[in-house]
Write a protein that binds this ligand. Structure first.
Ligand code: FES
Ligand SMILES: [Fe+2]
Length: 441
């Protein structure tokens, strides 16, 4: 087979189906996207004390996020240099050192080899300081306001350069916490689908789809408007379902913003009742008062005035700052993807605010959600359709004439544009053509 040339797969207005279904393309993007870009790797609140660790996927690699004795963070490959066993099986925990479950080699929290049983069997050939016998560290690990990102590439843009204007989404989530910090809480939701990872990222800011794909849950919600007067959680879910039923002119009025590096955000479309950006109920008033105590009246108005829904940090993170939710897209194979959703307490906020965060997550991102199950069905239909050996190209032209480019390289467009897909594909092709991190030999 001839080598894959990614440039042959993308046009300004079209994408070749191989981008979604070809195993060679998938292998190449694991190297050139997921072993190169900055990827979200966890939150500082998951590992508060020295010895705390969390096992996370960083692209194709299983790694350990570890709080060091001096309070700093390290990220180590979960792989013993002896014969390759994974060191840790639990998702998170606390250990003074790592002990391999196979032959009991032990390693410090920073990955250095401490001891080897039966060391006399090496006849003096074993040097505990041999670089090949230490746990491999991920090249770059950085925290941005508590959100930890890592990159397998030793060189490339800094994290803040990479995040660009999308850092504002993370800023806004932290600023919404009256105590100025977030705590990850409430567990993790996972959804799997038989489709390519890009289908999720493309869908998250596709604003033509909700009133079509989610038509049945919109209709069900319209038949139960009396539930708007029920308890806050029920009212919130009903408002969320109803909001997917906007007309096309209303969807077009939702702003889209595309950033260099492939990032995108969309404006908010939750405008009324429990999910309006500025509510008037007693819980929200208490929350607002706590924010005013920290940020002042003008600062609070500015923070709560940031009305956005999905903020996509390419290649695989979706941030919803208002509801304190992250969704991370993990490619498993070319046609198998897992989406992991986590959420945060706004420290210092009334506890009822977190109840609504949990409700938001369950309504929007649970595998049993009336909304997400529609999307998963569409992803699987797209994958099956793209696997057909018929027409090779799909169309991403919608709204192209309405793109409005600013001097800083960002592009704005009406909500019904396919600008986000075009922008993600630009980042994809630039990574795919740039080559690999060069880290792995
Ligand atoms: S594989 Fe880890 S000690 Fe042998
Ligand atoms: Fe959807």
């Amino acid at each position: 087979m001839p080598p894959i040339n990614p440039a042959d797969l993308i046009r300004d207005d079209r994408v070749h189906r191989a981008v979604y279904v070809d195993t060679g393309v998938f292998a190449l993007e694991q190297e050139r996207v997921f072993r190169t870009a900055w990827l979200y790797a966890g939150h500082e609140s998951q590992v508060p004390a020295p010895g705390d660790y969390a096992k996370v996927m960083l692209g194709p690699d299983e790694v350990l996020l570890v709080r060091q004795a001096d309070g700093s963070l390290a990220m180590l490959h979960n792989r013993c240099p002896h014969r390759g066993s994974c060191l840790v099986g639990e998702a998170r925990g606390h250990l003074p050192r790592f002990r391999c479950p196979y032959h009991a080699w032990t390693f410090g929290l920073d990955g250095h080899l401490i001891g080897v049983p039966m060391s006399d069997g090496y006849a003096g050939e074993l040097d505990l300081r041999d670089p090949a016998l230490q746990l491999v560290r991920v090249a770059r690990v950085e925290s941005y306001r508590g959100f930890i990102f890592a990159s397998h590439a030793a060189t490339g843009p800094s994290l803040t350069e990479f995040l660009g204007s999308l850092a504002s989404a993370l800023d806004n989530m932290v600023d919404r916490a009256p105590a100025g910090t977030l705590t990850q809480a409430g567990g993790t939701l996972r959804m799997a689908y038989r489709g390519n990872w890009k289908l999720f990222m493309e869908n998250a800011t596709d604003l033509v789809h909700p009133s079509v794909v989610h038509e049945s849950s919109v209709a069900a919600a319209r038949g139960h408007r009396e539930a708007l007067d029920a308890d806050p959680q029920t009212a919130q879910t009903l408002q969320m379902l109803l909001s997917n039923g906007l007309g096309m002119p209303q969807w077009a009025a939702v702003p889209l913003h595309a950033d260099p590096h492939g990032h995108v955000y969309m404006g908010g479309f939750y405008k009324s009742g429990m999910i309006a950006p500025a509510r008037t109920d007693p819980v929200f008033e208490r929350y607002r008062d706590a924010l005013v105590a920290r940020h002042g009246e003008a600062g609070t108005t500015r923070i709560l005035g940031v009305d956005r829904f999905n903020n996509l940090i390419w290649p695989n993170l979706s941030v919803n700052a208002r509801f304190g939710v992250l969704r991370q897209v993990q490619p498993v194979s070319v046609n198998h993807t897992v989406v992991t959703s986590t959420c945060f307490r706004f420290d210092g906020a009334p506890s009822e605010m977190f109840d609504l965060t949990l409700q938001f997550l369950n309504t929007a991102s649970s595998a049993s959600s009336m909304v997400a199950s529609d999307d998963l069905e569409i992803f699987e239909r797209c994958q099956r359709g793209l696997e057909e050996n018929g027409e090779h190209w799909i169309d991403i032209r919608r709204g192209r004439a309405g793109d409005s480019r600013a001097a800083d390289g960002s592009v704005a467009a009406p909500g019904t544009s396919e600008l986000p897909i075009r922008n993600q594909m630009q980042a994809w092709i630039s990574h795919m053509q740039a080559g690999s991190s060069g880290k792995r030999d």
